[in-house]
Design a protein around this ligand. Structure first.
Ligand code: ARG
Length: 277
C-alpha cells in the first residue's frame, strides 16, 4: 500500500537562496550559487512533483533568509496542527515568523515547543507506519522528542545521528510506504540502527557514498520516487518494488547541504496514536 501522505507540499522559490553563512559541513561561503540554475532546478523539482500528482503551495521568499527554501525545516505538520521549529543556529531562527504566518493564514493551529529545546521540523522527523521517527544530535535535541510527542500525540521513536555530514534525519531516511524505506545506516549510532531495523521490515540500505550523494533525500508521491541522483542498484530495487524513479538534479542546493526532500514540506501528514494516516 502506498503512503497515505505526500500529495501536498509547501515550497519556497529560491529568489534569495545562497550560501551566505556556514552551519553545516557542506556550506562554504566562497562557493557561488548560480541563481538561474538554482531557479531552473527548483522549477524542475516543482514540475516533477506536480506531474507525479502532488499539489504545491508556495511560501513567499524573503531577502536575508537564504535557507527559507528548505521548507522541510519549517516545523512538524499534524493534521491542522503546526509545530514550528526551534532552530539551533541563529541564522535560521528568523525564518520562524514567516513560516508561522503562512500556517496561520492557511487555517493551521500553531503549538509551540519550549524555547530552550531545539527541533528542526520534518528535516528531523518523518512519519513511518504508526510512529514518528525523529533524529537528534546535530540540530535537534533528544529532549525535544518527548515534547513533540506530548504536543502531537504521536509515538516518537528517537534515533541518534552519527555523521556530521548527515546532520538531519531526512539525509538518512526516506519512507517509501508502510513497510519500506530508503535508509543510510552509516548515519546512525548502533542503537539507532537497531531501532530502524525493528521498525522497517524492508529497506534499501545506502552505502556511505550513496548517502553522501543525498540519495535518501528523496520525495515520494504515491509510487513515484523523486531523487537528486539514483545509483543503478537502488533504482533496480525501487523498480522491482513497483516504484518509478525520476531523477531531479538539484546540485545548486547541495552547495547549502540540501536536496529534494529538504526543499519540500508535506502538508498532508496526520500523526497520532493511529500514526501516519
Ligand atoms: N543550509 C541548510 C541548513 O544547514 C540546509 C537545510 C537542509 N534541510 C534538510 N531538511 N536536511 O540548515
Amino acid at each position: 500500500m502506498t503512503l497515505p501522505w505526500g500529495y501536498r507540499y509547501l515550497m519556497c522559490p529560491p529568489e534569495h537562496f545562497g550560501v551566505l553563512y556556514e552551519i553545516n559541513p557542506w556550506m562554504h561561503r566562497e562557493v557561488r550559487v548560480d541563481a538561474e540554475r538554482a531557479r531552473d532546478q527548483w522549477d524542475g523539482l516543482k514540475t516533477t512533483l506536480e506531474e507525479a500528482g502532488a499539489q504545491i503551495e508556495l511560501l513567499d521568499p524573503s531577502p536575508d533568509l537564504p535557507d527559507l527554501v528548505f521548507t522541510a525545516n519549517a516545523g512538524v505538520v499534524n493534521g491542522n496542527q503546526f509545530v514550528p521549529s526551534r532552530f539551533r543556529h541563529p541564522q535560521r531562527q528568523a525564518e520562524v515568523p514567516h513560516d508561522v504566518a503562512w500556517f496561520e493564514a492557511h487555517g493551521f493551529n500553531v503549538d509551540w515547543l519550549p524555547e530552550d529545546v531545539h527541533h528542526e521540523g520534518a528535516g528531523d522527523a518523518l512519519p513511518f507506519a504508526a510512529v514518528l521517527l525523529s533524529g537528534y544530535r546535530f540540530r535537534s535535541d533528544a529532549a525535544s522528542h518527548a515534547y513533540l510527542s506530548r504536543l502531537t500525540g504521536a509515538a516518537v521513536r528517537s534515533v541518534e545521528l552519527a555523521d556530521e555530514r548527515l546532520y538531519h534525519l531526512d539525509l538518512t531516511f526516506c519512507p517509501l510506504d508502510e513497510r519500506r524505506a530508503i535508509t543510510a545506516p552509516d548515519g546512525w549510532d548502533r542503537y539507532g540502527r537497531r531501532v530502524v531495523e525493528a521498525l522497517v521490515p524492508e529497506r534499501i540500505d545506502l552505502d556511505l557514498d550513496q548517502a553522501l550523494a543525498f540519495c535518501a533525500n528523496s520525495v515520494v508521491v504515491g509510487t513515484t520516487v523523486v531523487m537528486p541522483s539514483c545509483p543503478p542498484p537502488v533504482g533496480r530495487q525501487l523498480e522491482a518494488w513497483g516504484f518509478d524513479v525520476v531523477v531531479c538534479p538539484v546540485d545548486e542546493f547541495l552547495k547549502a547541504g540540501g536536496a529534494c526532500r529538504c526543499l519540500t514540506l508535506a502538508l498532508d501528514v496526520t500523526l497520532g496514536p493511529q500514526g501516519g494516516r
